[in-house]
Design a binder for this molecule. Structure first.
Ligand code: ZN
Ligand code: ZN
Length: 166
C-alpha cells in the first residue's frame, strides 16, 4: 500500500474523506482523523464558502435594515409628495375655482388692464398690469397667458389657480 500521491512511499494511513492511502507527508491529522491534502483543501474551501455565506448574510442584514430605512424614508417622501399633490386629488374630480375659458378670454381681450389677474384673484399682479398698460407689454403678456389658460388642462389650471373637490 503506497501513497496515492507518492507511489514510491508507503502509506501511513487512509484519508477519511476519500479513503485513499496517504503517506506521512500527505497525511494531515484533524481531530485525530487522517485527511489527504486535497480533502483538506476541499474542507478549507467549504469552510471558506460557509464563512463567505455567513459574511454575506451578516452583510445583507444591515442592508435589509438599510432598505427598511430607505423604504421608510421613500414612503414618507411619497406620502409627503402625495400630500403636496393633494391639490390634484386622488381620483377625486377636481374643478378649477375659476373658469379657465373666462380667464383666457379676459386675458386675450382685456389682458392689457390685467382683467384676468383680477378675475383669478391675483390683484397685485392685476394692478401691475394696470400701471403698465400704456406700454402694451401687459397686453402682449396677457394675450400669451390667455392662450396658455385656454390650452392648459383643467388639472394644471386648477393646480396653478386653485381648485375645489366635487
Ligand atoms: Zn482524501
Ligand atoms: Zn504522499
Amino acid at each position: 500500500m503506497n501513497c496515492y500521491v507518492h507511489s514510491e512511499r508507503p502509506a501511513a494511513g487512509t484519508c477519511v474523506g476519500c479513503g485513499k492511502f496517504i503517506c506521512e507527508e500527505c497525511r494531515i491529522e484533524i481531530n485525530s482523523k487522517n485527511y489527504c491534502k486535497s480533502c483538506v483543501n476541499e474542507l478549507v474551501n467549504e469552510s471558506k464558502k460557509k464563512i463567505e455565506k455567513l459574511e454575506e448574510t451578516s452583510k445583507q442584514q444591515p442592508m435589509v435594515f438599510m432598505n427598511a430605512g430607505g423604504g421608510a424614508s421613500s414612503s414618507s417622501s411619497s406620502s409627503s409628495s402625495s400630500s403636496s399633490g393633494a391639490g390634484m386629488g386622488y381620483g377625486r374630480p377636481v374643478v378649477p375655482l375659476k373658469n379657465k375659458v373666462t380667464a383666457g378670454i379676459l386675458a386675450i381681450l382685456l389682458g392689457g388692464i390685467g382683467a384676468h389677474k383680477f378675475y383669478l384673484g391675483k390683484t397685485g399682479q392685476g394692478i401691475l398690469y394696470l400701471i403698465f398698460c400704456w406700454t402694451f407689454i401687459p397686453a402682449i403678456i396677457g394675450f400669451i397667458e390667455g392662450i396658455i389658460y385656454l390650452t392648459s388642462s383643467d388639472e394644471t389650471f386648477a393646480a396653478k389657480y386653485g381648485a375645489k373637490y366635487l
